[in-house]
Structures are given as structure tokens and as C-alpha cells.
Design a protein around this ligand. Structure first.
Ligand code: 1PZ
Length: 215
């Protein structure tokens, strides 16, 4: 394979980052979690500028978490579990309405966490799709089943319009740069349980602390 091919973006690497996300005792590393999202944002950007309003929001949230991680209290932000503990103990989270901590790590991660559920549903649909399946429909179905519940009408509307601009399944698989459609399906089959586990662990953490509805 030519050198330039090696450099080319592959969704394989992104999905692999999710392998690194869990510590030995099943805590979620924020560093790898945001690295995974970073790759996904890059992928989304490569699909076209109509997705810019989506990738921009995700990029902003990624940056907020990176800033905490690199900040003076960074040691508390190593895992999602340590972050939740630290922010709650120090009253750094707006619990019922937005106030003095509108960009807490907890509420920021929650937004990405909800989007991870969309990703899981969408990739599962892609994995089990057939040649004539429509990516826009799979994407919209996954969205309506997950993230849409947390978005106001205007965002749902804009998202719905953006979905229509998604490339068809063959082109979409091409941009993933993973290989043949069979290879894409295999990679998705490997990645999905990992993504699902990270999602379940984060969900349990937020549920345990009553944080699933943070404003
Ligand atoms: C492949 C097609 C990509 C479709 C992506 C599906 C998700 C659509 C989400 C539309 C988000 C619109 C922009 C901003 C929304 C924000 O209001 C919310 C809540 O944050 P707040 O306002 O409370 O601070 N943001 C989110 O829900 C996070 C959305 C992250 C989406 C990341 C998508 C990454 C896509 C990866 C592609 C493989």
C-alpha cells in the first residue's frame, strides 16, 4: 500500500480508540473517550460542510473536557467516575437549572454520552443493512430513537435536513475507508460491543448519581 494510503483517515482507528476507553476496573477514561469523538468529528467533517453545525457542537464539548483534563484539577478528570465524584463533592454541577456552572464536565460528557447511543444505534443499522438501504433513513431512525428526545424542535428539524445530505451506503462505506463492505460489517461487529459497554457503564454511573437530566 502506498504511503499516502497509510495516512488516510480510517474509521477503524476511531473505533479502536473505544477499546482503550475502559480501565481494568471498568471506569471510563476521558482521554480516550474524547479521542474517539475527535475521530468521529473528523469523519463527519469529511462528509461535507452541511454537517458543520453538528461537528462544531461536538468539537466544542470535546474541547471543554480536554481543558479540564489539562487544567490544574486534571487529575480528577482522568475517568468519568473520578470526574463525577469530584464535581459533585465540590458542587461544580448545576443540577436542576443552569446557573454558575453551565459547562460542568458532567453535563458536557452527558451530551456526548447521549450522542454515543445514537452512534450505537446507527452503526448497528449500518451493520445489518443491505445494499439498497438508505443511510439517511437509518440515521434518522437512530436519531429519533435516541438523541431527538433531548433536542428542541429547531435542532431536530436542522438535523433531519442534514441527514438527507448523507451519501448513500456505498459512498458512506467508502469514506469509512475500512475496506470492502464485508470488512466494514466485520469491523462494525467488533466495535459495537465495545461502544455498547462504554455506553452502559456511563449510563449506570449517571443513573446512580441521578445525573441523567442535567440541564
Ligand atoms: C453521520 C451523520 C451524522 C449525524 C449526527 C447525528 C446527531 C445529530 C445531532 C444534532 C446536533 C445539533 C447541534 C447541537 C446540539 C446541541 O444543542 C446539543 C445539546 O447540547 P447543549 O445545547 O445542551 O449544550 N448537543 C448534542 O446533543 C451533542 C451532539 C453531538 C453530535 C455528535 C455527532 C458525531 C457524529 C459522528 C459521525 C459518525
Amino acid at each position: 500500500m502506498a504511503g499516502s494510503e497509510d495516512q488516510k483517515f480510517s474509521l477503524l482507528e476511531v473505533l479502536n480508540t473505544f477499546k482503550l476507553c475502559l480501565t481494568d476496573n471498568k471506569e471510563v477514561y476521558i482521554e480516550h473517550y474524547v479521542a474517539g469523538w475527535r475521530g468521529l468529528v473528523k469523519f463527519l467533517n469529511s462528509l461535507g460542510s452541511v454537517f458543520g453545525f453538528i461537528s462544531k457542537d461536538a468539537a466544542t464539548k470535546i474541547q471543554i473536557l480536554i481543558n479540564y483534563l489539562n487544567g490544574e484539577n486534571g487529575s480528577h478528570y482522568v475517568t468519568a467516575q473520578s470526574m463525577v465524584k469530584y464535581e459533585l463533592e465540590n458542587e461544580l454541577v448545576d443540577i436542576t437549572k443552569r446557573g454558575s456552572h453551565p459547562e460542568s464536565g458532567c453535563r458536557t460528557l452527558l451530551r456526548l454520552h447521549r450522542a454515543l447511543r445514537w452512534l450505537e444505534l446507527f452503526l448497528e443499522r449500518l451493520r445489518t443493512s443491505t445494499e439498497d438501504s438508505k443511510t439517511s433513513v437509518m440515521c434518522a431512525d437512530a436519531y429519533n430513537e435516541s438523541l431527538a428526545q433531548h433536542h428542541p424542535w429547531v435542532v431536530r428539524k436542522a438535523a433531519g435536513m442534514a441527514f438527507c445530505m448523507l451519501p448513500g451506503r456505498p459512498a458512506f462505506f467508502e469514506v469509512m475507508n475500512v475496506g470492502s463492505p464485508e470488512q466494514v460489517v466485520a469491523v462494525l461487529g467488533e466495535a459495537l460491543p465495545l461502544i455498547s459497554e462504554v455506553y452502559q457503564i456511563t449510563e449506570a454511573l449517571y443513573a446512580q448519581h441521578n445525573l441523567l437530566d442535567l440541564p
